[in-house]
Design a binder for this molecule. Structure first.
Ligand code: ATP
Ligand code: MG
Length: 459
């Protein structure tokens, strides 16, 4: 039995959590940061659950104080407003986990268990970093879905640790954005971020591009040139498409990772480097190792930490916020004011599989905005592969149906369209998750292939 302190100005939310945890833990509640601090002193909790938005000091502001006074006590942040920056900031300020409202109770249970266990096994695991987030524009990453929040959490946890990070994910998912955000949340955000596309150049050019060359190293090398490792100094080197590297350069890179040194092309003296290495690849690097196209020792060195970036089709609930962010950017660029997306287009978006991920969405919106005569993106502005997605959606035309019939049919239709993705379905239907669960149970809707148990109700 652990002692849990819940600090949240929302009385109902405190009460729900208290009722839930009371059976297994000792629980106290407080409704603002100051009351929480004194409760923590008298109660001595093993875990603190802290809300971000509260009157007076916000949870984010109070977090460093909790970590200073109760450094051993894990803190789970909860908030109704989530975005990348607050997640990264919270993790950097020492939060152990980050959960968004409406609280999914099983998610909370898992986080509580993880936090308590982790603290027992690894007290020194997280270093708190009390530093204000500098807000750089231009590298915003949008995402409220669970897999994206995992990405933001990992960025917050490791950005300041000297580990080599590998970012995996399909094309256009945002791997470079993740790399840039790791850099700007890292120890040298104002240092250089130098990207190298390992697939773009022929091997000899790539080698001198990366490591530089000495005068006379090859025909045309009329003077010595520093390479990108030299330019990166103690900033970040981003090796994009790292799976494309030739065996020779793989060997050189391994040496950089092991000894922090390399030899310029045609050079005799090794150079030192302190650059942080982040790599990315949209091929499966492990498979390349299995096929003997990528060195296994290099593979392990590169992915001390692996950040998988989810495909867009696995996080369709991010569509609305991605669209409004991208539209805003495109409108500014094109001096247009296309502000709406027709319902038909939204349905097509939810039904589409997005092989090109966020980049495909961005390109498609860009074309639509450029050609759009008014202020709404309509289906005719989209490429043909998206038209197919809506043709099967016949509206309800039978005038003898009851409201319940229509509701049942529509909920089912939306679930089918979103591939039974509860988050997306809620988004389209404009309901909460608990209400969707009740509807699924009430109408006895069955997900194809799923076990026939009913949907678990929230307490
Ligand atoms: N979560 C996101 N929020 C906002 N914009 C995003 C997001 N993810 C990707 N983008 C945008 O989509 C485009 C593609 O992203 P990025 O270049 O980072 O993808 P990538 O995974 O590196 O792609 P590739 O595998 O093709 O190199 C960029 O314009 C980027 O700004
Ligand atoms: Mg890329």
């Amino acid at each position: 039995m652990a002692k849990i302190l819940i600090i949240d100005d929302d009385v109902a939310s405190c009460r729900t959590l208290q009722l839930h945890f009371r059976a297994t833990h000792e629980v106290e509640i407080a409704h603002d940061a100051a009351a929480g601090m004194s409760a923590a002193e008298s109660f001595g909790p093993n875990l603190i659950i802290l809300d971000i938005r509260m009157p007076g000091r916000s949870g984010l502001e109070a977090l460093p104080d909790f970590k200073t006074h109760f450094g051993q006590t894990p803190v789970i942040i909860i908030t109704a407003f989530d975005d990348m920056d607050s997640t990264i900031t919270a993790m950097q300020r020492g939060a152990d986990d980050y959960i968004t409202k409406p609280i999914d109770i099983s998610e909370m249970d898992q986080a509580v268990e993880r936090a308590i266990n982790r603290r027992q096994s690894d007290v020194a695991g997280l270093q708190l970093v009390l530093e204000h987030q500098t807000s750089h524009r231009g590298y915003t990453m949008i995402g409220n879905s669970r897999p994206m929040k995992e990405v933001f959490k990992t960025i917050g946890l490791i950005a300041r640790k000297p580990v080599t990070v590998h970012i995996s994910g399909a094309s256009g998912t945002g791997k470079e954005l993740v790399a840039r955000n790791l850099h700007r949340a890292g120890p040298t955000p104002d240092g250089p971020f130098v990207a190298i596309n390992c697939a773009a150049l022929v091997e000899t050019l790539l080698e001198s591009d990366m490591f530089g060359h000495e005068k006379g190293a090859f025909t045309g090398a009329i003077s010595s040139q520093p390479g990108k490792f030299a330019l990166a100094q103690d900033g970040t080197i981003f090796l994009d498409e790292v799976g494309e590297l030739s065996p020779n350069i793989q060997a050189k890179l391994l040496r950089v990772l092991q000894e922090k040194e390399y030899l310029p092309v045609g050079g005799k003296e090794s150079r030192q480097t302190n650059a942080r290495i982040i790599s990315a690849c949209n091929a499966n690097l492990k498979q390349l190792v299995a096929d003997n196209r990528f060195r296994e020792d290099l593979f392990y060195r590169l992915q001390v930490v692996n950040i998988p970036v989810p495909a867009l089709k696995d996080r369709l609930e991010d569509l609305p916020s991605l669209i409004s962010y991208l539209l805003g950017r495109i409108n500014r660029e094109f001096h247009k004011s296309v502000a709406t997306i027709s319902a038909e287009v939204m349905e097509a978006f939810y039904a589409y599989t997005w092989p090109g991920n966020v980049r495909e969405l961005e390109n498609l919106l860009m074309k639509a905005v450029a050609m759009c005569p008014g202020d709404t993106v309509t289906l005719d502005l989209l490429p043909p592969q998206l038209h197919k997605q809506v043709s099967s959606l016949a509206p309800v035309t039978d005038a003898r149906l009851s409201l319940q019939d229509v509701e049942r049919a529509h909920v089912l239709r939306v679930l089918q369209h979103t591939g039974w993705h509860r988050g997306c379905a809620c988004e389209i239907l404009g309901t909460s998750r608990p209400r969707l669960r009740r509807l699924i149970n009430q109408y006895n809707l069955q997900e194809p292939g799923a076990a026939s148990a009913s949907e678990p109700e929230d307490p």
